[in-house]
Write a protein that binds this ligand. Structure first.
Ligand code: C2E
Ligand code: CA
Ligand code: CA
Length: 565
């Protein structure tokens, strides 16, 4: 017998609330074979027993006329009492007039005195206990066990029912999300994360109590709320935030809200929830805006995203992706020397024209399509490098971007090795740029993937260093061969002394780790001179050249050849 079965077969406890001894004994006799039977002489005694928590009572048989506290008073109190209201009550009566009142106060059934049909009494008790237990199970299925809010599918169902029954009102769908919840969970621990979600749920419950609506936890840190239209959305968000702000560490969390106002009937409820979710997503990382309403512009952007996703396979087949190259120069010698190029993808769409990487890379990184594009870019970059090596006999590296999603691919190493050997290159020729933010999520797995690449002989550049959340401590653990300092540091190097000092520190740190530094985004003479003075080894930026197509890059190679003489 497993535990479920033991629980199912174990005897339930029935509480008989009855002042007459004869009746007590009669009912006890009928039920004792199937149930654990306990007694109370009046309503007050029954409440004391139910509050004592000594028994978990599955059913109450309740007499109406009793001294101290009668059955009707007991029913009234029970309805309000959290520990009692979910226990089914059968009223024991000989008086028809009382029945209706008892039903109205929440009794589930009645049994007539005298108790001359024991089988029927037993059957009624059994049926009602089963019914209520099934209902409890359904409640468990309906609710998220952590926050006790509805789960997604029941929420959609009940939202539809609510809107159907309140046709004259209109409703808003809200999505509430926590920025960087996963990282907070990792840093402060799961218990902290759970605590945050529960406080958030409490805040949402308050909102629901004050407005007509229902809510759910749809996903890890995503909540949906359906609420009557007209409430001040900013005020709602503030209220929810207020709850979270009180908790320890919780004030560091940023909570965002998206909304779809005045839901129609054109789509299923889930569609509106997703729209609110998209609005909420659209302000991720945007610290100026906390509430975003789904509107036409957002809708258009979504349609565009759908379009780009649908077109990606054709784009690869038809070679619509063009690889551009941006030169990197070693700057610490007498003159800048061209040493490498970063491969950067461009999409020339037959109908949309030039699509900037900013419009499709983050999108494809989210849904995993980036791996297809990257694979294409890596092959193109390697093929091109092979051509240049033969044509110019020049020692040149090409670096390619490797997304976080690529690193999850267990055959990544083999794939890159094949690309290298098919193009007669060595592992040193194709450098891999991995963005710093890839390391700060799933840290252990990323480290393992990057280590495997290094073991295979590839060189890793840490891209966008300083833009993420990695600690200095982590930097020591990270397997890297070069540090690529994020553009925003260059912006500050000119304008502030601290900005300059910070870059100096990063360079010193990289030296201590024995890795060269690359600075990207250098645009003018002043910036160039400062980063050189600070000790950066390699410079990439508009100062030398914007990313250019292969033909454009050949001009840069030829210029370099001339200088070398
Ligand atoms: P990133 O890897 O940080 O690449 C550098 C970006 O900075 C490039 O933008 C480049 O054009 C730009 N840039 C270079 N020098 C300067 C400068 O002096 N001033 C300014 N303002 N910008 C400069 P791009 O090409 O638009 O690429 C944006 C991002 O898209 C890249 O950032 C990279 O994360 C991603 N990306 C581009 N191509 C690929 C690819 O093939 N695969 C993957 N996974 N990501 C790519
Ligand atoms: Ca890069
Ligand atoms: Ca970068």
């Amino acid at each position: 017998m497993n535990t479920d079965e033991i629980v199912r077969r174990s005897k339930r406890t029935v509480l008989i609330v009855e002042d007459e001894l004869v009746n007590q004994q009669l009912l006890g006799f009928i039920l004792r074979g199937s149930y654990n039977v306990i007694f109370a002489k009046n309503g007050q005694e029954a409440i004391d027993i139910l509050h004592s928590e000594e028994y978990r009572v599955s059913m109450i048989l309740l007499d109406i006329l009793m001294p101290v506290m009668d059955g009707i008073t007991f029913l009234r109190l029970a309805a309000e009492d959290e520990r009692i209201h979910s226990i089914p009550i059968i009223v024991l009566t000989s008086d028809n007039e009382m029945e209706l009142e008892a039903f109205q106060l929440g009794a589930m059934d009645f049994i007539k005195k005298p108790y001359d049909m024991p089988d029927i009494i037993l059957a009624r008790v059994r049926r009602i206990i089963e019914f209520v237990e099934d209902r409890e199970i359904i409640k468990d299925v309906e609710h998220d066990p952590l926050t006790r809010l509805y789960n997604r599918s029941f929420f959609f169902e009940y939202s539809r029912r609510l809107m159907d029954s309140e046709k004259e009102r209109s409703f808003d769908m809200l999505a509430v999300d926590v920025d960087r919840f996963r990282i907070a969970n990792e840093v402060y621990g799961r218990a902290f994360g759970d605590q945050v979600l529960c406080t958030l749920a409490d805040g949402i419950r308050q909102i629901l109590q004050e407005n007509m609506g229902i809510g759910c936890r749809a996903d890890a840190d995503l909540f949906y709320i359906l609420i009557e239209h007209g409430a001040d959305l900013n005020a709602i968000l503030e209220r929810i935030r207020g709850c979270v702000r009180d908790g320890e560490h919780q004030s560091i969390l940023r909570i965002r809200m998206g909304a779809y106002c005045q839901i129609g009937t054109d789509h299923p409820v889930g569609w509106y929830a997703e729209a609110a979710g998209s609005a909420c997503d659209s302000i991720r990382g945007n610290y100026q805006t906390d509430v975003m309403v789904y509107d036409e512009a957002l809708h258009q952007r979504e349609l565009m995203n759908e379009r780009l996703i649908a077109d990606v396979d054709t784009a690869i087949e038809e070679r619509q992706f063009i690889v551009y190259f941006q030169p990197k120069y070693a700057v610490q010698g007498d003159r800048p020397v061209l040493v490498s190029a970063e491969a950067l993808v461009r999409w020339i769409h037959p109908e949309l024209g030039f699509v900037s990487p900013g419009a499709f890379i983050p999108l494809f990184e989210e849904n995993g399509l980036i791996s297809k594009v990257d694979n294409y870019v890596w092959r193109e970059a390697a093929r091109q490098l092979c051509v240049w090596k033969k044509q110019y006999g020049l020692n040149l590296q090409v670096s390619v971007n490797v997304s976080r999603k690529d690193l999850f691919n267990s055959s990544l190493c083999d794939l890159l090795r094949d690309i290298v050997s098919e193009n007669c290159l060595t592992m040193d020729d194709l450098v891999l740029e991995v963005t710093e933010s890839a390391y700060s999520q799933d840290t252990a797995q990323m480290l393992q993937a990057v280590n495997a690449l290094r073991d295979a002989g590839f060189k890793i550049e840490m891209d966008d260093f300083g833009s993420g959340y990695s600690s200095l401590n982590m930097l020591c653990l990270m397997p890297i061969d070069a540090l690529k300092i994020d553009m925003k540091f260059v912006r500050n190097i000119v304008t502030s002394k601290t900005g300059y000092r910070i870059v100096e520190l990063v360079v010193e740190m990289a030296r201590a780790l024995n890795v060269p530094t690359i600075v990207e985004g250098v645009e003018d003479q002043e910036q160039y001179e400062l980063v050189r003075r600070v000790g950066c080894d390699v410079v990439q930026g508009y100062y030398f050249s914007k990313p250019v197509d292969a033909a454009g890059f050949e001009k840069l190679i030829e210029k370099e050849m001339e200088q070398r003489g």
